[in-house]
Write a protein that binds this ligand. Structure first.
Ligand code: GLU
Length: 262
């Protein structure tokens, strides 16, 4: 089932706010550094990596010394506008430590179905990837509010995977993968290693949003899986607190939950 994973060349990796921050909302610098190191090594191996990262609001909240995440959407957008440049500064710093160049790509979902925007975006990605530059994608939070309201870039990452014709989409989550029951409520819940098809039963397993720091949850991850797998792209959900697991995962080891492409 996972035999084609080691051959995946073009890979979209999505990281959410909860993975990039500590429980108190401050930035988890060690984790960001680790993620940059692992992704840099994957590029060294000859893979093309696109990182879809949230965290703009969280970084903005810290920079503005706010005591909590703002409640209104315009205030979140303003915090994201402050935080996005700082987020990119951090990524540029960490990736450059490992000899790699990053590029900022801010998108809105409508580019997927609007010309000439769609072609422009694809051309930019192709050009960056052929130069081994790592595009770091976020929603353009000033223009669109979809992922601020709900989703934490899960859907956006699947759309990016279809745009760039990726071989694999990896969602780094605050949980190991999809379980057969809610593991927060049922300690006996078992990880589902493979999902062959997104059936109503699988959709029913995905509850609401997980943490208070991001807005994503299993539901938006299953939605992302639907978009990706229908576009013949395999998807994996795995634990973002262990970025080092990406290496064995891409060697084909059974880590996280694998969604089989249609
Ligand atoms: N684009 C938003 C951000 O970077 C994602 C939404 C969220 O964090 O919930 O902050």
């Amino acid at each position: 089932m996972r035999s084609s994973i080691p051959n995946a060349k073009r890979i979209v990796v999505k990281v959410g706010t909860s993975t990039l921050t500590h429980d108190n909302g401050t930035i988890n610098l060690v984790r960001m550094d680790k993620l940059a190191r692992i992704l840099s090594d994957l590029v060294n191996q000859g893979k093309q990596i696109i990182l879809v990262s949230s965290g703009a609001i969280a970084v903005g909240v810290n920079k503005l010394k706010m005591t909590e995440r703002p409640k209104t959407t315009p205030a979140k957008q303003a915090a994201a506008a402050v935080g996005q440049s700082e987020l990119m500064h951090l990524y540029a710093k960490f990736f450059s430590e490992y000899g790699h160049i990053v590029a900022q790509v801010l998108l809105t979902k409508d580019v997927v179905e609007t010309q000439p925007q769609r072609t422009n975006v694809i051309n930019t990605f192709d050009n960056l990837l052929s130069s081994a530059i790592i595009p770091i994608v976020n929603e353009n939070d000033t223009v669109a509010t979809d992922e601020i309201e709900f989703g934490d870039n899960d859907t956006l990452s699947a759309l990016v995977a279809t745009l760039v014709d990726a071989n694999l989409l990896i969602l780094l989550s605050d949980i190991e993968g999809l379980y057969d029951a809610d593991p927060h409520k049922h300690p006996q819940a078992k990880l589902i290693p493979t999902v062959e098809a997104i059936t109503p039963a699988i959709i029913a397993l995905a509850g609401g949003a997980g943490s208070t720091r991001g807005t994503g949850g299993m539901a938006t991850k299953i939605k992302a899986a639907k978009i990706a797998t229908q576009a013949h792209i395999a998807m994996i959900i795995t634990d973002g607190s262990k970025p080092e697991n990406l290496i064995p995962l891409l060697e084909g080891q059974a880590i996280g939950t694998f969604f089989k492409p249609v």
